[in-house]
Design a protein around this ligand. Structure first.
Ligand code: SF4
Length: 421
C-alpha cells in the first residue's frame, strides 16, 4: 500500500455539545436505518419535493452521531464494531490541485490509471449497504474527489442504497456552486470544507495555493445556502490555525453544524512539519472542552482521542463518556484509491484489497483490524491507562512516530500512575 493517504481520512472521535455538558453520545449507538427511500429523483423542482428532500436529509442527519444536530434525539441502540464500522472514508482518487503541506496522500496532479472503476465502487457499496448491525456512514474523499467525473454517480448510488453520504472535496476551481447544488439535489447528507486559519495568510500558506482561503469561505457559504449541513475541518499544528477564539468565531459565522479538528500526524508531506508537543496538544483539548458546551456546532477531533479523557476529567458532574471511541479499526475503516483497506488514512498499513476480498472479510477478520480492536494489547502508558477503552490513544500517531501500532500515543501527556497515586 502506498505510504500516505489523504487528508481528512482519519476517524473522528466524536464529541457533542449538549446540556449537561461533557457527555459524549454513544458514537455509533444509533440505528442507521436507511434513508426513507431513494433521494435521487426527488428533484422535480416543486416546493413540496424540495421540502420532502430536506425533511429526509434532516431525518438522516439526526441518525448519525457525528452529524446529528440534536444528540438527544438519537435513540441509543447496541452496536458491534467487530461486525461493521460506523464510518468508512473512501479515497476515490489521489489527484488534487492543491499542495497542502500536511497532505498524507502526497497528492498528485493526475489520476492514477489503477484507480477503482465505477463498477468496482458500486459493487463494494452494495456490499457495504448490506452490513449489519449498522450501516456505515460513507465519507467520500481524496485527493480531491471532484477529480473523478463519476463522482455524482457514486454519491447518488451511495444515497440510493440508503447509506448516509458525506463528501469532502478540495477547494479548487472544480468546486463550483453548481456542483454543490447538484450534491444537494442528489441527497448528500453533509459536505466538509477545510479551513485551517481565520485569516488568508495562515490558510493559503498551509494549503500551498494563494486565494484558497477566500474560495473556501465561498464554498462553505454555498454549502449552507443549498441547505446542506456544513462541517469545517481544521488542521491543528504548530502553524495552524492561530488563535482558537478567532477560528471558532469564523466557524460559527459560517453556520457550520460541526467543527472537526485534525491533530496533524507525521505521515506523507506532514513528515516535514514540526510536531505539536503533548503539552500543546493538551492545552488545545482543554480549550475545546471549555468551548464545546456553549458552541452552536458539534466538535469532533481526529487523531486526538484523549479529548474524551480531558472531557471526563473536566466534567463537573463526573459523568463518563459513553461507549468505546470510534477510531482506527474500531468502528472506522479507510479504502484507498487502489482498493487497499486500512484502519484509517493516517495509518497506511494494508489489511487487504477489495479487488480480491470482500470488505467485510477484511474489516472483521484481518489480523490488523482484530488487534486494533483489542485494547488489552496496548503498550506503555496507553496500556496502563484507565481511559484506554474510551480513548486508547491515536494508533496512527503511535505507528508514525515509533513504527509500533500498539505503542503509547506520544501526543498525550497523561501519566496513569501519577493519577492513581
Ligand atoms: S495515556 Fe493513552 S489511553 Fe490514556 S488518555 Fe493518554 S492517549 Fe488515551
Amino acid at each position: 500500500m502506498p505510504q500516505a493517504l489523504s487528508a481528512h481520512a482519519g476517524s473522528p472521535e466524536a464529541l457533542v455539545t449538549r446540556d449537561p455538558p461533557s457527555v459524549e453520545p454513544a458514537r455509533g449507538s444509533v440505528q442507521l436505518t436507511p434513508v426513507d427511500g431513494p433521494l435521487i429523483g426527488g428533484t422535480s423542482g416543486s416546493a413540496a419535493a424540495g421540502e420532502r428532500m430536506e425533511a429526509r436529509r434532516e431525518a438522516a442527519v439526526d441518525r448519525v452521531p457525528g452529524l446529528s444536530k440534536s444528540p438527544d434525539a438519537v435513540p441509543p441502540v447496541p452496536r458491534n464494531f467487530a461486525e461493521a464500522p460506523m464510518l468508512i472514508a473512501w479515497e476515490l482518487t489521489r489527484a488534487c490541485g492543491l499542495k497542502c503541506r500536511h497532505c498524507r496522500a502526497t497528492a498528485i496532479p493526475h489520476r492514477d490509471p489503477g484507480e477503482l472503476s465505477t463498477a468496482e465502487i458500486f459493487r463494494v457499496l452494495e456490499e457495504i449497504a448490506g452490513l449489519r448491525p449498522h450501516r456505515p456512514v460513507m465519507i467520500f474523499t481524496g485527493g480531491d474527489p471532484t477529480e473523478r467525473p463519476d463522482l455524482s454517480e457514486i454519491l447518488a448510488r451511495s444515497v440510493s442504497l440508503g447509506l448516509i453520504t458525506a463528501v469532502s472535496p478540495s477547494v479548487t476551481p472544480r468546486l463550483t456552486d453548481a456542483v454543490i447544488s447538484g450534491w444537494a439535489r442528489a441527497g448528500v447528507h453533509t459536505v466538509s470544507i477545510s479551513i485551517d486559519g481565520s485569516v488568508a495568510d495562515v490558510h493559503d500558506r498551509f494549503r500551498g495555493v494563494p486565494g484558497t482561503f477566500a474560495a473556501s469561505l465561498a464554498a462553505a457559504r454555498s454549502v449552507v445556502e443549498h441547505g446542506l449541513p456544513l462541517q469545517v475541518n481544521t488542521s491543528i499544528s504548530p502553524e495552524t490555525p492561530g488563535p482558537l477564539e478567532s477560528m471558532a468565531e469564523l466557524v460559527r459565522g459560517l453556520g457550520a453544524r460541526r467543527w472537526e479538528l485534525f491533530f496533524v500526524i507525521g505521515t506523507g508531506r506532514a513528515r516535514e512539519l514540526p510536531a505539536l508537543s503533548a503539552e500543546a496538544t493538551e492545552s488545545v483539548l482543554v480549550w475545546l472542552a471549555g468551548h464545546a458546551p456553549a458552541a452552536p456546532y458539534r466538535i469532533t477531533t481526529v487523531a486526538a482521542p484523549q479529548f474524551r479523557r480531558v472531557r471526563e476529567q473536566l466534567a463537573p458532574s463526573g459523568r463518563k463518556a459513553e461507549g468505546p471511541v470510534v477510531k482506527e479499526g474500531r468502528g472506522f475503516a479507510f479504502i484507498d484509491h487502489l482498493g487497499h483497506v486500512a484502519p484509517n488514512g493516517y495509518l497506511p498499513v494494508d489489511a487487504g484489497n477489495i479487488r480480491r476480498e470482500t470488505f467485510s472479510a477484511i474489516y472483521r477478520d484481518s489480523p490488523l483490524f482484530r488487534v486494533l480492536r483489542d485494547t488489552s494489547r496496548l503498550k506503555g502508558r496507553c496500556g496502563r491507562c484507565p481511559y484506554r477503552e474510551v480513548c486508547g490513544g491515536s494508533r496512527a500517531r503511535a505507528y508514525a512516530e515509533t513504527g509500533d501500532i500498539l505503542a503509547e500515543d506520544p501526543a498525550c501527556p497523561y501519566q496513569p500512575e501519577m493519577a492513581a497515586s
